[in-house]
Design a binder for this molecule. Sequence first.
Ligand SMILES: *Cc1c(COP(=O)(O)O)cnc(C)c1O
Length: 465
Amino acid sequence: MKYISTRGQVEPVEFRQAVLMGLADDGGLLIPERIPDAAGRMDAWRGLGYADLAFEVIRLFVTDIPESDLRALIDRTYADAFDPAPAPTVRVGDLHVMELWHGPTLAFKDIALQLLGNLFEYILAREHTTLNILGATSGDTGSAAICGVRGREGIRIFVMHPHGGVSEIQERQMTTVLDDNVHNLAVTGTFDDCQRIMKDLAADLDFKRPYRIGAVNSVNWARVLAQIVYYVKAAFDVQQATGAAAARVSVPTGNFGNILAGWYAMQMGAPISQLLLATNRNNILDRFFAAGTYSLGTVYKTFSPSMDIQVASNFERYLYYRTGEDAEALRAMMARFRKTGELAVPPGPDGVVDPAIASGMADEDQTLATIRRTWREHEYLLDPHSAVGVCVAERLAGDGGDPIVCLATAHPAKFPAAIEQATGEDLAHHPAIDALAEMETRCTVVPNDKEKVRRFIVETVGARS
Ligand SMILES: *Cc1c(COP(=O)(O)O)cnc(C)c1O
């Protein structure tokens, strides 16, 4: 299987190279040259354990790692790091909830980043090379990325966060990781400043190449790939619980990375009849799927900070397919979007933008009300991100469609203030979060200046290699 760029200006590469490349060298996103049809395999896959299913799905996209090695990598990833399992589905009233937060940092990003860490280590060892990952985070991604690569051979990670600009829990989840290869940089600026520094340094090829700068954000194809697995499992779980022929899946959405994996699962033939895209007040994607127009607005701070985004970096992959896999048309569309902050895809004759994706939004009051009601009625605590998905699912549940499974993307203990405001009680705890308060931390404060960040990386890499 080869990988091509959505912008069509990169020679096709194998999977291993796609993982190391992250963002395509032409500024586009890497995608598989074709989507495997697995409809005929679903019956054989039903009943497999998580790691076995992951192997069956992932091997269809990976042809340059020997199967026995791939199998060992996947087994190692999903055997120990998830307690008790990567993606159990539970019943909450009439809804099915798939809990994706059983990994080490208690958010769904662990499912992909634990695999990506293992893949990086494996690929770098075979290619006798090293990688210096540079990331910027406003919260959840940083800790899951750090946890995915801590202590690994051949990899260093530098994660910038806005100094004083992330929650105390999120900061401690990152800065209590003391492994030698982990460097937390608190930048005296905003998240946008951190992101700008990351983009500027990664675009500077005279720096990127000799210092082997890599990426772990959700533009990395391996992250989307790892997530396809739990969509297939979600559909199987609902079929088993209800006898329905297919399921709908509700997805709390920010950067479109999670739901995009669901879209690939549908194209492969998984028994999913529709995806429900749920946003918070930052509803650029909800507006797109309602009317076909994607236009920038302002970013609001909400109770679900990991969904507070404007430009959804993975949306370009979806648009590529929507424009008929025409890289030239997509390049023109993206250039126009950069200039005007707007792009449009005409809806079908029935006025529907995409029958495969319905959408909805939950504002702040609705999010808290959903947390409160789900706790009172079912004694089940949703984190604010998951609550956005449940709120939208409940709105759409009565329309006679297939049963809905809601993806729960974080453990509520990561967001105790929202839980307390919703329920009036201090209910959200997890031993791993409670323990953070007592742990030693390490972090370097750096000025909001890309040259200072560059110097930090140069000095660190120089001192240890
Ligand atoms: C990252 C994140 C999301 C949003 O996922 P996208 O792939 O960006 O759409 C939702 N919930 C939580 C808890 C997250 O960490």
